[in-house]
Write a protein that binds this ligand. Structure first.
Ligand code: GLC
Length: 523
């Protein structure tokens, strides 16, 4: 029998490096900070960590504006510190993935600086997407494309040429038809693979190629858009897969792919392309058994090795999302814990975002002078942006910066987080952290024993009930308690059960009495 590769059912923990742990006292998290907290992560029970960009960057978009893809920004440490982190992570049984940002560089990247000083239609400008105004309309953008961060997607140079940036003006889009661009990213992949990384998270993977002629569009993320999910992008990932496969040890890649269908998403996940792509439909589903069931069905129909994700550094934290509109202020966190059980019971891998295990909610009241997300500034505050889910973690103590570092934190932490520190929750069996630790341990205890398919069981209205025999997962998204399906014992529940009843906003794992037959898996 073929062994299951590690990523197939891994739990991967996203570390937003700036906000995880600060070792230098400058208020910004760094690689040495991550290294100092590896024992916490190993103990939490995750299999791998994904580090957001720590490369040289002017930080116009928190590091997703990369000026040198093959060096560490001094804000985050050094290459030697990165090597130490990889060695320590591996020593503690954790795989390590890094973020790669291929759609755009920073405007401070030497290639873009050269392009700025080069004439129109020069080889230097061909590495990016420069265009003149349309004929006869001298002051008009080359097309009607808008930046994801608000405003037009074009910025004009003094010589009249415009350059494309699907994100901030400090993030010019690469021209992926240019062979030098393709080649340089292969060099970057090898650079980090040689340093021992286990894989990559690919930023804006569906953006790289744009339709010939850059036609106007009003389309969203669908497959017919001239901006997103162009067919040519798949050839790029075939080349990347060949590089990954040339290394030993199951190196893997997960794509950040926003699409409007599971079928489009599945196109990225092929044996000669990416290993995985984020399943954002799961994160976008409202608190509803019907919505969850639909996402699960369409995902499993489209993909053999799916992923499940409830939050990341770009979205409102789930304990806040699920609480919106609920009468009980604690409902958001209760639902988030129940949703975690559903996610961890499904076949495939699960991605967690730092702080969700502490039950952190979105920090909504950040004053504008501390905010840093370009989304907030480009939309003049109309969109709050993503700073609220990026507030540095509370580790210990009773006052900010709660053990994050010795010199404050780049975004202020709410004083109420005194009750949510890792240190405090660790000794409280009723805490969100203790629940996450138990849930991850329960998943591990079942690893390799469950089928890759699920079976839907009869469920009372408002409830989601499925089985991966002998595991049964039940989540009550309704307003009344529901009877638990038949079971031998309860493995874990997200809140106390009421006899044979599952209360609202609660999830549970039940075991049928049946011997577990372990299947082999790779180390
Ligand atoms: C991705 C990142 C996001 C970033 C954007 C531009 O969506 O997750 O944080 O702002 O790409 O690089």
């Amino acid at each position: 029998m073929r062994e299951t590769p590690w990523w197939h059912d891994a739990v991967v923990y996203e570390i937003y490096v700036r906000s995880f742990a600060d070792s230098t006292g400058d208020g910004v998290g760094d690689l040495a900070g991550v290294r100092s907290r590896l024992p916490y992560l190993a103990d939490l029970g995750v299999d791998a960590i994904w580090l957001t960009p720590f490369y040289r960057s002017p930080m116009a978009d928190g590091g997703y504006d990369v000026a040198d893809y093959r060096d560490v920004d001094p804000l985050f440490g050094t290459l030697d510190e990165f090597d130490d982190l990889v060695a320590d992570a591996h020593g503690q049984g954790l795989r390590l993935m890094v973020d790669i940002v291929p759609n755009h560089s920073s405007a401070a990247h030497p290639w873009f600086q050269k392009a700025l000083n080069a004439p129109e239609s020069s080889p230097e400008r061909d590495r990016y997407i420069f265009r003149p105004s349309p004929p006869g309309r001298p002051d008009t953008e080359p097309n009607n494309w808008l930046s994801v961060f608000g405003g037009p997607a074009w910025t004009r140079l003094p010589d009249g040429d415009w350059y494309l940036h699907l994100f901030a003006p400090q993030q010019p889009d690469f021209n992926w038809n240019n062979p030098e661009v393709r080649e340089d990213f292969l060099t970057t992949l090898r650079f980090w693979l040689d340093r021992g990384v286990d894989g990559f998270r690919i930023d804006v993977a569906m953006g790289l190629h744009k339709a010939e002629g850059l036609p106007d569009t009003a389309l969203g993320f669908g497959a017919r858009s001239p901006i997103w999910s162009r067919p040519e992008v798949h050839q790029v990932f075939r080349e990347w897969r060949a590089v990954l496969d040339s290394y030993p040890g199951d190196r893997a890649a997960v794509g950040e792919v926003w699409t409007d269908s599971a079928e489009d998403l599945a196109l990225y996940v092929r044996s000669d392309e990416l290993h995985q792509s984020f399943n954002f439909a799961w994160l976008e589903a409202p608190w509803s058994a019907g919505a969850f069931r639909e996402v699960i069905e369409t995902t499993l129909a489209a993909m053999r090795a799916p992923t499940w994700v409830l939050s990341n550094h770009d979205v409102v934290r789930q304990a806040t999302r699920y609480g919106e509109g609920a009468a009980d202020p604690g409902a958001g966190l209760a639902r988030a814990c129940a949703a975690l059980l559903a996610m961890l019971a499904l076949p495939g891998s699960a991605y967690l975002y730092q702080g969700e295990e502490l039950g952190l909610t979105e920090v909504k009241n950040l004053p504008s002078e501390v905010r840093q997300d370009p989304v907030y500034f480009r939309t003049k505050g109309a969109m709050p942006g993503r700073d609220g889910c990026r507030v540095p973690l509370p580790w210990s103590g009773t006052a900010p910066p709660f053990g994050f570092g010795s010199g404050g934190s780049w975004l202020p932490q709410p004083p109420e987080w005194a009750g949510l520190t890792m240190e405090r929750q660790m000794t409280d069996p009723g805490s969100s952290l203790s629940f996450y630790r138990r849930a991850l341990a329960a998943r591990r205890s079942l690893r390799g024993t469950l089928p890759d398919t699920i079976t839907w069981l009869d469920a009372p209205a408002g409830a989601l009930v499925f089985s991966r025999d002998p595991l049964v997962c039940a989540v009550n998204c309704g307003t009344d308690p529901v009877r638990l399906p038949p079971h031998e014992r309860v493995l874990i529940s997200s809140a106390p059960l009421d006899g044979g009843m599952l209360p609202p906003d609660t999830g549970a794992w039940l075991l049928r009495d049946r011997p577990l037959t372990p299947r082999p898996r790779s180390a």
